[in-house]
Design a protein around this ligand. Structure first.
Ligand SMILES: *Cc1c(COP(=O)(O)O)cnc(C)c1O
Length: 230
């Protein structure tokens, strides 16, 4: 059992509580996603023993191997990486929540696959790109209303909220306007929807701006490894 995981998890939870308190929120409204990408199932088992219940993964193949071994009981698996359309079926079979829905086409494909695979409900978040960063993926603000309209007509996809990866800033205060804007958009399109925002270096700011799901990797697991496929 790796003790540092217990300590890191406790420290992150303390930071979450402090940030919640500072902004007059209840820490219970904020879910911690332990971003486990690149780490081995052995490390994930230790994290589970230390109390982690939600894992965030960004690669289908890697997640598939881990989920096969660790299962889905008492665990939630969230996809936080870009989803290529040719991997949509595997994603539907694997994940509880997909944070990276970024086009109408992908929504339609996921809905169709859910029907084919007899999956009655799949939670999705729309990833929004507010910085016009082509490489980051995410739908731009202009395209969002159309996606939201389409999602409202989906029977299997459950539109549960919005997600953002702002540009990286040394000065984390510079991320705040992105988090704030995402909340405003959420209030407009999906009051009470989830807000997936904030990573190791900026999740306190995200919480102050309303995050309900924070995605924390290195602050829990330390530096990323190179995942070794079996
Ligand atoms: C890797 C990753 C994280 C976690 O990043 P850390 O800085 O290690 O906390 C969060 N969100 C996404 C989308 C990621 O790809």
């Amino acid at each position: 059992m790796q003790n540092f995981l217990r300590e890191n998890l406790a420290e992150v939870k303390k930071r979450i509580e402090k940030a919640a308190q500072k902004s007059g929120r209840n820490a219970d409204e904020i879910k911690l996603i332990a971003v486990s990408k690149t780490h081995s199932t052995k490390v994930l088992r230790d994290a589970m023993a230390a109390g982690a219940t939600i894992f965030g993964e960004n690669k289908i193949q890697e997640a598939e191997e881990k989920i096969k071994e660790l299962g889905k009981k008492n665990l939630e698996w969230h996809l936080i990486g870009h989803l290529q359309s040719n991997k949509a079926r595997r994603a539907v079979k694997l994940f509880d929540v997909i944070h990276t829905l970024d086009s109408v086409e992908l929504a339609e494909r996921l809905e169709r696959i859910c029907i084919e695979e007899n999956r009655t409900s799949l939670s999705v978040l729309a990833q929004v790109d507010l910085a016009g960063e082509q490489a980051k993926n995410g739908i731009d603000e202009k395209g969002l209303p159309n996606l939201v309209e389409r999602l409202k007509t989906c029977e299997r996809l459950k539109f549960d909220g919005l997600m953002i990866i702002p540009p990286f800033f040394e000065d984390i205060e510079k991320a705040r306007p992105f988090f704030r804007r995402l909340r405003e958009i959420r209030d407009e399109f999906l009051p009470n929807g989830e807000l997936s925002m904030g990573m190791s270096h900026d999740f306190e700011i995200a919480i102050e701006e309303g995050a309900t799901l924070v995605r924390v990797g290195t602050a829990i697991f330390g530096a990323r490894e190179k995942f070794v496929h079996r």
